[in-house]
Design a protein around this ligand. Sequence first.
Ligand code: NDP
Ligand code: 2IT
Length: 444
Amino acid sequence: MSYVDEVLELVKKKNAAEPEFIQAVTEVLNTIRPVVDANEALYRKEALLERIVEPDRQIKFRVPWVDDKGQVQVNTGYRIQFNNAIGPYKGGLRLHPSVYTGIIKFLGFEQIFKNSLTGLPIGGGKGGSDFDPKGKSDREVMAFCQSFITELYKYIGADEDVPAGDIGTGAREIGYMYGQYKRITGLYEGVLTGKGLTYGGSLARTEATGYGLLYITNALLKDHNDTMQGKTVVVSGAGNVAIYAIQKAQQLGAKVVTCSDSTGWIYDPEGIDVALLKDVKEVKRARLTEYAANRPSAQYHEGRGVWTIKCDIALPCATQNELLIDDAKTLVANGCKVVCEGANMPTTLDATEYLQKSGVLFIPGKASNAGGVATSALEMSQNSERLSWTFEEVDSKLQGIMENIYKNISAAAKKYGMEGNYVAGANIAGFEKVATAMLAQGVC
Ligand code: NDP
Ligand code: 2IT
């Protein structure tokens, strides 16, 4: 049996109750086969693959907090510090009822390679909780965040592990967490990113993931002698990534006709009104029915359905496994030519394969959504030098980073005879840097 297959078997056996983690590892290991085959003896002796699929440590803890009725509630907190071969652990905190070890582990594993692709010195980690911020008062969210950090502060630090936002964690949550960290430790340091602009946050971090997604999509189109101008785009999600992806797509001349949340979706043939969407989601924290109620051209549908709308480009920006094989078939049948992932692992393995076989240009999330964490690393740099850069400076660095990622994943795929396979290119380019650093640092 090949080394890759042996390790895949091991991962499946050891993590049988974590299908998302198995999915993420399967995708990475299957596509780095040519690199592993070329170095098999060394990698086997060093147990490189066994080490890379095993987190450095997993922290799991109780998060008790008091709700507005005076009732004590208990959630579970997680931080998985996966790999720090190339820099301090870096990755978001997800607050969603679906969170369990398998979700945080798949996200932490993806983060290793994503962070490597940014070219910046950041290792892979992820955390979160099964706490649901939806429907909670600001005071309840604060009580949860303070309790969460009261335990987590022991394990994080500006040179150790730097968490940030993800699903359910935005500027409000990061603010409460930062306040509590500062209060306990007395330190004013860049321990979290995505901070507010008055206390160490970076301009353009809010926009970064969505903007970065469009910068790489644009680079992909340019390489294929095309542009965003006049394209019809479907987007899923209506959160941080989706909102700024829609905004940048529009700035580049495309028409974005859909968005969605966990209860329904919008088809707006005149193009999504970003100002209205921001008001509904960022200010009112309301449902998309509110968008439809204020926009005569919009149709609201319950459930899921954005992939049924005819488009040139599809950008999944909500959550994992939201673009399934039947959705891939519908997209292809409707003439979709490009899929770039804004979310982490939104496309299932069989759907990805179908899209690639059908000639759709497909960029995986670990490359195409890397603009968020890259800008977090730029926030860390600004915190270290105690300076703030202008929006234009950060935005132009972000654009350069995304163009560079495109160049690198494209070149890596070509080097191993898989031209145009950006999944393989991203995994290989991300892996090579981490593998070299791990081998240089000895058995650890
Ligand atoms: P937000 O919480 O801001 O928004 C998430 C959006 O996706 C909401 O519209 C939400 O709807 C929807 N959604 C979440 N879970 C589900 C679900 N199970 N089914 C259907 N819809 C769902 O999160 P972000 O925009 O920050 O994150 C979106 C994706 O992008 C995630 O995969 C995240 O890991 C990834 N990502 C985020 C980065 C960042 O910087 N924020 C960076 C890189 C990747 P509802 O409000 O109804 O729950
Ligand atoms: O998935 C991701 O890359 C993020 N949620 C952003 C992580 C970060 O540290 O900014």
